[in-house]
Design a binder for this molecule. Structure first.
Ligand code: ADP
Ligand code: MG
Ligand code: MG
Length: 491
């Protein structure tokens, strides 16, 4: 079956001369408004280059967008409940822990923190649910009853740590609005939804800060040794500094946290003689970010402290692929959400998700994937992109792991096939104008939730981001150089 298509927001191609001129303007606009990143290949801390972006906003059906926005608080609450269900997390992760050292280390921290007694019952969740339109229709052979080039959308995953693009999401709307105006299509901007992700996410941090309630306290961003996605992170700092000049923000690596912080007798995390109110992790989600035991010790210290963590360790565990798969198993959503209509709506957004544990279901999933590998994605318990297995490699991986316990560290997911849209991708250093290429998009909806096990202080949807990649690429990480910034054009 050929992949269906959505129509670009304006007719393509754009006249060569106009295109070259608008791209030159747009690149300068990008550099001057923080649509940028540091270059991984030729790293120089003092140089920021444009982040890749799609010239025109990609079409996205309005009803499906609204549905995603509406569902976000429900997903936030679901994640909150999952993160606070010790028994469920333990049971769900137990097999993966046997073979996945990274997840096991996170889990150990959680066990230690609970043994010692929770110092800070409040968690700050800044979540991002990533979704893709599904062009294949489950209802009929190959055409949707609605006669649209998409049927619905499915969730790719939900991120509970370092959910980025709070700045790059909204600014993608701004740059594409500028481009549309330059092309004489300013009237179309009304179809691009408002995006207040940056202020919404930052309000999550400042609300948590106020709940902590110590006027001299500071906010700590946990960052990588080198932050390539520096614009996105810094704009969070700029936003907080503008709205709340009373709040001092520090950026520290896990190693620096090990060296420069301590816990006082009240279990406050002390940095430069001041207590830390909120710890916001933009690092700490992958093994390479913990090169020695010092980083793990630093993580444990933070988790033991009274600082409000985004995320706390149990929230990070709730964001694993294994938990996502377990939630899709029969009866599990009902346990968290009851049996009402809302539960049905959430179930509908799940693609097929299968455990690879050593039981009847796991064996069936292995057989299914071996028979038709192209239908699936094989996922380990990792974040940050570039870890999944696709296509023929799934067969090789499963044949290799068939009788190895390693298998339990993976889940199998039905591959989503989004509709194509033609467009131009502007990349740093690439020839101008770029060719027209077939693209597919992934929409991320941001949610903020603050609460304890029993009380939710705040739960809302706060904005979105859109990433777009070449239709034949498996993954589309922007920082990884595969994807491009984009924003939705509602149909
Ligand atoms: P990570 O936590 O590393 O971002 P994801 O589950 O989001 O892991 O997978 C990374 C990327 O792989 C996604 O952004 C998407 O482009 C692609 N991908 C993941 N799962 C699917 C799927 N079921 N169907 C199609 N593409 C997928
Ligand atoms: Mg992720
Ligand atoms: Mg992802």
């Amino acid at each position: 079956m050929s992949q269906s298509r959505l129509k670009s927001c304006i007719p393509l191609p754009i006249d060569h001369k106009i295109l070259v001129s608008v791209i030159e303007k747009a690149k300068d606009w990008a550099l001057m408004h923080g649509v940028g990143m540091r270059d991984k290949k030729h790293f120089n801390k003092d140089v920021i280059q444009i982040a890749p972006f799609v010239l025109l906003p990609s079409p996205f059906p309005r009803t499906e967008f609204n549905k995603a926005v509406e569902l976000q608080p429900i997903l936030n609450e679901l994640m909150h409940k999952v993160a606070h269900d010790d028994e469920f997390l333990e049971k769900t992760l137990q097999n993966a822990l046997q073979v996945d050292e990274f997840t096991a280390n996170l889990f150990d921290i959680w066990v230690k923190v609970r043994e010692e007694g929770i110092t800070q019952p409040i968690s700050l969740g800044m979540l991002r649910s990533d979704i893709m339109l599904e062009s294949r229709c489950p209802h009929t052979e190959n055409q949707c009853a609605k006669h649209t080039p998409y049927c619905s959308w499915k969730q790719v995953e939900i991120n509970s740590i370092a959910s980025g693009f709070g700045h790059l999401g909204p600014v993608s709307k701004d740059i594409q609005s500028y481009i549309l105006r330059q092309l004489g299509h300013g009237d179309l901007i009304k179809n691009m939804p408002e995006n207040r992700a940056l202020s919404g996410l930052c309000t999550g941090i400042t609300d948590a800060y106020d709940l902590f309630g110590v006027p001299s306290a500071v906010v700590l961003f946990v960052v990588e040794e080198v932050s390539y996605n520096i614009c996105d992170q810094r704009f969070h700092e700029f936003e907080i500094s503008e709205k709340r000049p009373d709040i001092m923000i520090y950026r520290k690596t896990l190693n620096e946290i090990y060296e420069e912080t301590r816990l006082n007798e009240k279990k406050q995390l002390i940095l430069e003689d001041r207590p830390v109110a909120v710890v916001y992790y933009r690092s700490g989600y992958e093994p390479a970010q913990y090169p020695t035991s010092k980083e793990w010790d630093a993580r444990l210290r933070v988790e033991k402290s009274s600082a409000i963590k985004c995320p706390s360790i149990h929230y990070q565990l709730a964001g694993t692929k294994k938990v996502q798969q377990a939630l899709a198993a029969p009866g599990v959503l009902e346990k968290f959400m009851g049996a009402g209509a809302t539960t049905g709506r959430v179930r509908d957004i799940f693609a097929g998700l299968y455990s690879l544990d050593f039981d009847e279901n796991g064996e069936r999933a292995v057989d299914m994937a071996l028979a038709d590998a192209e239908r699936f994605v094989l996922k380990p318990q990792r974040e940050g992109g570039g870890n999944n297995v696709y296509g023929a490699d799934i067969r090789d991986a499963l044949l290799r792991m068939r009788h190895s316990r390693e298998r339990a560290a993976y889940i199998l997911m039905e591959r989503i096939l989004p509709p194509l849209v033609a467009g131009y991708v502007v990349r740093p250093g690439a020839a101008v104008p770029p060719p027209i290429t077939d693209l597919v998009s992934e929409l991320g909806i941001f949610g903020v939730i603050i609460g304890t096990k029993d009380k939710i202080y705040c739960n809302k949807q706060v904005g979105h981001m859109l990433r777009t990649k070449l239709a034949d690429a498996n993954e589309g990480g922007v920082a990884a150089g595969l994807g491009a910034l984009d924003s939705p054009y509602l149909l």
